[in-house]
Design a protein around this ligand. Sequence first.
Ligand code: PRP
Ligand code: URA
Length: 214
Amino acid sequence: MNDFGTANVNVIDHPLVAHKITLLRSVETPSAEFRSLCQEITLLIAYEALRDLPTNTRKVTTPVAETEALELSGSAPAVVGILRAGLVMVDAILTLLPHARVGHLGMYRDPKTHQPVAYYDKLPSQIDSREVILVDPMLATGGSAVAALDHLAQAGANNVRLLSIIGCPEGVAAVQAAHPNASITLAALDERLNENAYIVPGLGDAGDRIYGTL
Ligand code: PRP
Ligand code: URA
């Protein structure tokens, strides 16, 4: 359990994650390093977020003996990235789950209303039978994550985990209100949103920092 009164939010408490988040926050960190840090943090938090992936046993023959060993079971998972910034996290998840199918949801925040504007979607088939890993580095107002979760629910997804690098209480509350069954894994939970709906202290605009479009 945590401050949100639910077991569905996991803020990863680990010195490696904390160290890398500090580097990520710094305004002096250039795009190339920023991208690498996003990928490294995603690998670390995914390790926890995917802890309960379903498994089954199968026989395997080692050079020494035959044994029963675990393997991931069921359909290939789907990793779904919210464009643009989610793409770096997709690449990291694919290093862990190379057989995953990839979905893309294009959306950007309207600069005045801060509401998400959807411009693209392409999801893997049979999403209802897959474990879905939704990735976006920032959970700010939660508008983008909720819109993505709505879209996934309409497409039939039942088992969705949201992985974000930095979140804030407003974004967590919005996701919990709209999709109480979606689990949320964060590398850091920051204080609040500012008047422009940016996370404080945060790291600024994730997409701009990843792609050097500041
Ligand atoms: C950022 C981020 C999330 C969204 C979070 O994307 O990657 O998708 O903002 O904010 P929210 O929780 O208030 O919806 P942005 O809209 O800047 O688009 P970009 O990735 O194309 O830069
Ligand atoms: N999107 C970002 O990239 N950063 C924020 O702080 C909020 C939304």
